[in-house]
Design a protein around this ligand. Structure first.
Ligand SMILES: N[C@@H](CCC(=O)N[C@@H](CS)C(=O)NCC(=O)O)C(=O)O
Length: 293
């Protein structure tokens, strides 16, 4: 496993859900479960190949969770990629595999914006929300924030969770909880992975012209709070739009790290919005597959 293979890995996930952050009064009713089944019917069985600390994977999971759609997650071993290597030439995550419920060929979808578009089309077709709200969810502004989240925010996460070996080791701690990883997989990923990520930090900073990574992240958060939220409950207004989901997914990806706690502590408006998003999105509906990957 090369250092390079780790350089695209960013951020990852547990729960900084401080009850005080949740403003229940502002929580929108965005999950009519009766129609979620219709979207699931169109999409079939959803399996998502992921790293738990990948912002692009967490964006897709947040989109599924917000709409009450069930899915399976398969954690890919970042060192060996053995879960995807036998059948996929594309070696990044997320990869979605949709299997029709009535049987038939599974469909592989690579690249999070492509996956998201497919999910959004199915969600719209199932009329999970009224037409006007559906249009607002995918408004041009929402899509601009989605792009901003991928291009500006996601790239800042990696340098912020790998400033020292200890931080990188903490970020990779999730591998200890992946059911199908062997003890050797867990040890090698946490130690070698953390070391490689720590070593790659300078290179990534150079690539994206990042000087002080915390300052850059705080700057991005100020942009989101000032221009995205602009005093509203969500960037989408009273309910989240797709841009809210993308930014939330990015931040949820690193929720086990010190960087996550720090940026929420530093920005009370962000923390309140994050709490509202946690409430709206709910817990992850991802499960591990019954049979092996
Ligand atoms: N444009 C892709 C980017 C995906 C990406 O870069 N994923 C990283 C993890 S965050 C990855 O798989 N890197 C390759 C590796 O780990 O070997 C998307 O949005 O899905």
């Amino acid at each position: 496993m090369s250092v390079r293979a780790f350089t695209r890995i960013a951020a990852g996930g547990g729960g900084l859900l401080a009850a005080g952050f949740v403003d229940r009064a502002l929580t929108p009713q965005t999950r009519p479960l009766s129609t979620a089944a219709a979207a699931a019917g169109t999409l079939g069985h959803i399996r998502l190949y992921q790293y738990q600390i990948c912002p692009f994977c967490n964006k897709i999971k947040a989109l599924l969770d917000l709409h009450g759609l069930e899915y399976e997650t398969v954690d890919v071993n970042p060192l060996t990629k053995k879960e995807i290597k036998p059948w996929s030439e594309y070696r990044k995550v997320p990869i979605a595999v949709l299997t029709p419920l009535a049987g038939g060929e599974p469909e592989q979808i690579n690249d999070s914006p492509v996956i998201a578009e497919r999910l959004l089309d199915a969600i719209d077709a199932a009329a999970l929300r009224p037409a006007r709200a559906a249009k607002a969810f995918r408004s041009p502004q929402a899509m601009e924030w989605a792009q901003w989240s991928d291009a500006k925010l996601a790239v800042l996460l990696f340098p912020n969770i790998t400033r020292s070996f200890g931080e990188a080791y903490q970020a990779f701690g999730y591998v200890q909880d992946v059911p199908h990883f062997s003890t050797a997989d867990r040890l090698s990923n946490q130690v070698v992975g953390a070391f490689a990520m720590w070593m790659a930090q300078g290179k990534i900073k150079k690539k994206y012209a990042i000087d002080d990574e915390r300052q850059a992240l705080r700057g991005a958060i100020r942009t989101w709070v000032g221009e995205g939220l602009a005093g509203r409950a969500f960037a989408g207004g009273d309910a989240p739009h797709y841009g809210d989901v993308c930014v939330y997914g990015c931040l949820r990806a690193i929720d086990r790290t010190a960087a996550h706690a720090e940026i929420l502590d530093d920005a009370p408006e962000l923390a309140r919005w994050y709490g509202r998003m946690e409430e709206a999105v709910g817990p992850s509906k991802g499960s591990y597959p019954l049979e092996g990957p």
